[in-house]
Ligand binder design. Structure first.
Ligand SMILES: [Zn+2]
Ligand SMILES: [Zn+2]
Length: 257
């Protein structure tokens, strides 16, 4: 861990953590809204709900507050075992987080769609057509569950081998940026990115948009391989992608392709 963070007072540490997550959130918002504005390929040709951006902004504040408190506490109490910085350690940490977060998130997300737990997840699904603000628009309870991925996973992984601080921080930045920008109601993915193989590394934007419209599939995060393995894909997602990519947006949430 950098010396500055190790020796910082608690308020300074919290301020630095807050600045980190706010900065990456703002970068994601700027990128996501730019995609909506300049790509001209909306996934859904439908308006946002009345007051949507406002309640989404509130959700983001909740998420950022929970994240700041949790990550600050994790650093303060040094609950994640960190080793000396090295390219191999940081790269290994990034890849380990990339893979395990997707497994963790599929199971968490699937569980939150169970009848008994869906109340935790309803806030996120108030957004039927998504915006860049949708990504972090979650309830307090859901924000706390996300922390199992941001901090709980690294605690567990660091029991196997000491993690690299920059690999962990780098993954969190990537996660926030992708989650925020990835909720844009736009499809910037090129044709080559919509193939079966490419989707296992990164799914096109349409993929998660369909989850918000239809609810009962596509529980994964960032890539399609968990849904592919678990059999929770919508059979027409590639046709929907092709349609949106060629400039013909979906006209209703219920539409099948
Ligand atoms: Zn969901
Ligand atoms: Zn979402």
């Amino acid at each position: 861990m950098p010396e500055l963070l190790r020796t910082a007072s608690l308020p300074l540490l919290a301020g630095l953590v807050l600045a980190f997550f706010v900065a990456w959130t703002l970068a994601g918002l700027a990128f996501g809204f730019a995609l909506e504005r300049f790509v001209h390929k909306p996934v859904f040709a439908l308006p946002l709900a009345a007051g949507q951006l406002r309640f989404e902004a509130i959700g983001n504040l909740v998420f950022l507050a929970v994240t700041t408190v949790t990550v600050t506490a994790a650093l303060r109490f040094q609950v994640v075992r960190l080793g000396p910085a090295s390219l191999a350690r940081d790269l290994g940490t990034f890849v380990a987080m990339l893979v395990t977060f997707q497994i963790f998130y599929w199971f968490l997300h699937r569980a939150m769609h169970a009848r008994s737990l869906v109340w935790i997840h309803r806030w996120h699904h108030r957004s039927h057509v998504t915006s860049p603000l949708t990504g972090q628009s979650v309830s307090f309870g859901e924000a706390c569950l996300w922390m199992l991925g941001y901090v709980g996973l690294p605690i567990l992984l660091s029991r196997i081998a000491p993690l690299g601080f920059y690999g962990w921080a780098g993954y969190l930045a990537f996660n926030v940026l992708g989650n925020v920008a990835g909720h844009a109601n736009a499809e910037p993915t090129l044709a080559a990115g919509g193939t079966r193989v490419a989707s296992l590394f990164a799914n096109p934007f349409v993929y998660h948009s369909l989850h918000h419209a239809r609810w009962t599939g596509h529980y994964g995060f960032q890539a399609a391989w968990m849904d592919w393995l678990m059999g929770t894909e919508f059979p027409d997602w590639q046709r929907a992608f092709e349609r949106v990519r060629t400039g013909k947006p979906l006209k209703s949430l219920k539409e099948r392709c």
